[in-house]
Design a protein around this ligand. Sequence first.
Ligand code: GAL
Length: 429
Amino acid sequence: MRRRLSLLAGVAALGLTLAGCGGGGDTPSDNGNAKDATGKVGVFTWWADGSEKAGLDALVGVFNKDFPNVTFDNLAVAGGAGSQAKSVLAAQLKAGNPPDSFQAHAGAELQDYIDADQLEDLSSFYKDNDLSSQFPKDLVDRLTVDGKIYSVPSNIHRANVVWANVEVLKKAGIDPEKPAENLDGWFADMDKIKATGVIPLAVAGSWTQVQLFENVLLSSLGVDGYNGLWDGKTDWKSAEVTTAIKAYEKALSYTNTDRDSLSDWAPATQLVQDGAAAYNVMGDWAEAKFAQDGDKSGVDYTYFPTPGTAGVFDFLADSFTLPKGAPNPAGAKAWLTTIGSAEGQTAFNKVKGSIPANTTAKTDDFSEYQKSAIKDFSQDKIVSSLAHGAAVPVAWLNDLSTAVSKFGGDKNVDGLQSSAAAIAAKFAK
Ligand code: GAL
């Protein structure tokens, strides 16, 4: 853990914690070349429906063209943020039954798999495909663990975005072009919205509440305070954290009361699209849904960084792996070839709402939102998402998610704060 912490300490410089730590791994076995691949390649993701499946389909379209001799086998398990998929995957890996490739979040989550010795070293794959020169150097550095690299990132998503219904804001007398600058200003806007009879803030079940919590922590504590929650520099028991949790309680008070029964992020975003709610804090996979549903940016919906987080890019990336014991490693490398390629990244990210990790990918016809995200990523301070596996290992996230869900019911500020402190102490050992 000390090694993890010391490496995480570098976060402030760039913010990325992309698998930047620890880990073992054996000498890579001779597991075939992408160009010789045939048969079926089983790929495990949680992009099972809606705009997420559309993104995966776009990627598979390029894959089928790149590798006509390989058949894509879709092993997706539904549930946003991998809420169901990650435990299914863990059981498969434990049983020695890995897929050919699986989606994992770059950062602490990926580190779990590396530490468990479940991933092949892809260093020579990177060399063969000249990937290091196509991804930003800082990204490659942070994907490198003890001189080895274990995954190929497909995208970069942003988790601190508010999506808003333009008409609803106008009716409440709020200028859609001028978002609040901090949480207090935003809550004042939410009061105006509430007065019009519309739900101010849409949220869904557990993981979307964790993402809202993460946004409030980031806004309330600032970049250093937020980063410090994960590397031990911010005291979870401090007065600043109490203030942040109270702000989260206030944010929750503006949300739809049926939040726990909304199955996933899409129904919450839909409330905004329908004009039943004003705002939804969601990662920019929501942009893909707005686009897929034909909504027009600036007319039907607008977006802005969560108030108090302008200039900060709350980052996550979906990265693909070659698990040890994969049935078709050559097929997996074929898949990873498409994942890393400029063409694959353009096709995928255009539909997924994210931005390419491969800097040579063409983005000319990307949406206005995506172009703004590309710009922001190049100049903002980068922090790691909690809800999406970048900031903490899966076990830490699971425990904290349970505490955040409980808080949704009991609103016990002391309870959440002491649980979160105890969880941090447990995992920071
Ligand atoms: C994230 C993932 C995104 C998107 C989102 C909602 O964890 O990185 O690509 O799928 O969950 O399901």
